[in-house]
Design a protein around this ligand. Structure first.
Ligand code: A3D
Length: 313
């Protein structure tokens, strides 16, 4: 069986870790594309990873490039091209610059790999994935955004840290837009099958919900120059792997909604099934009135950004 081909558009902090993880997981051959000024950097990163393969015991062809012709025929495209946040910035502050970058990327992906499963990571996430779908015209099952896997992973991690238990035993779901209005759902969180509120006080649960909403900003402040990259890389690869291995994984992703959760024509974080068909299904959870109100509020924030994307695309 021929190896799969994974293209990473954007070879910065997240792209570099994604490439290493793709190789280590032996998901396929990897192409990393960046702007011409960064061609040496991406060629260097890919050569560096290639030179680790003998020690790591994995095989993949690794290509660094700025030429879109090299991405032709990719099975998966993951987009991190764009500016990251610096301390004091919101994700929406990135919109002006990143929408231009996403437009350029989308036009090229449309031209060179129209059959790829596309995962957008660039912020502000929910409006960038909307713009990417609008420009490519790809079907909704083949274009999604990575945020919910990361937001959920953060929530699970904080619960596991607080209780000093294995994170593998913590199941959770975080819905909504990728920003401070996201909607962690403690009601659906379990620890080894036990509802969270049986093993943790409401005060501590509330603190974890708040920390999850601000988790990206916490990292931005600590790093001082850029945003999280290990966990976004791992989260986006989990989605790529679900597609490539037809895992039918139940994950939270920014998916295009057409009536689900009472929302029409927007991308928002909801539970989905990802397999060989891409986003094969949107899972509709019955929300309480309060939860639905929080989701509607999160949509409001996304809508504001989408208006700006619509004006620029
Ligand atoms: P960074 O290390 O700056 O890498 C971005 C790369 O994109 C750089 O190498 C740029 O040269 C490259 N680039 C810029 N313009 C283009 C273009 N037109 N074509 C191709 N490549 C281009 O940033 P990063 O890797 O830390 O973050 C990348 C993006 O992911 C940012 O927008 C972040 O805000 C976003 N991000 C999203 C999440 C989510 O959970 C959604 C988490 C963390 C970061």
């Amino acid at each position: 069986m021929a190896r799969k081909k994974i293209t990473l558009i954007g070879g910065g902090q997240i792209g570099g870790i994604q490439a290493l993880m793709c190789a280590q997981k032996q998901l396929g051959d990897v192409v990393m594309l960046d702007i011409p000024e960064m061609e040496g950097m991406v060629k260097g990163k890919m050569l560096d990873i290639a030179e680790s393969q003998a020690v790591g015991g994995y095989d993949a062809k690794l290509t660094g490039t700025s030429d879109y012709a090299d991405i032709a025929g990719s099975d998966v495209v993951i987009v991190t091209a764009g500016l990251p946040r610096k301390p004091g910035m919101t994700r929406d502050d990135l919109l002006d610059v990143n929408v231009k970058i996403i437009s350029n990327v989308a036009n090229n992906v449309k031209k060179y790999c129209p059959d790829a499963f596309c995962i957008i990571v660039t912020n502000p996430l929910d409006s960038m994935v909307y713009g990417f779908k609008k420009i490519t015209g790809f079907s909704k099952n083949m274009v999604c955004g990575m945020a919910g896997v990361l937001d959920t992973s953060r929530f699970r991690s904080f619960v596991a840290m607080e209780l000093d238990v294995s994170v593998e035993d913590v199941a959770a779901t975080v819905l909504g837009g990728h920003g401070p209005t996201m909607v962690p759902l403690p009601r659906l969180c379990t620890v080894g099958g036990i509802p969270l509120n049986e093993v943790m006080s409401q005060e501590k649960i509330d603190a974890i919900v708040t920390r999850t909403r601000e988790a990206g900003t916490e990292i931005v402040k600590l790093l001082g120059n850029g945003s999280a990259f290990f966990s976004p890389a791992a989260s986006s690869l989990m989605m790529a792997e679900a597609y490539l291995l037809d895992k039918k994984s139940v994950l939270t992703a920014a998916a295009y909604l057409e009536g689900e959760y009472g929302i029409d024509g927007y991308y928002l974080g909801v539970p989905v099934v990802i397999g060989a068909g891409g986003v094969e299904k949107i899972v509709e959870v019955k929300l309480t009135g309060d939860e639905q109100a929080l989701l509607d509020n999160s949509l409001k924030a996304v809508k504001t950004a989408v208006v700006e994307v619509d004006e620029r695309t």
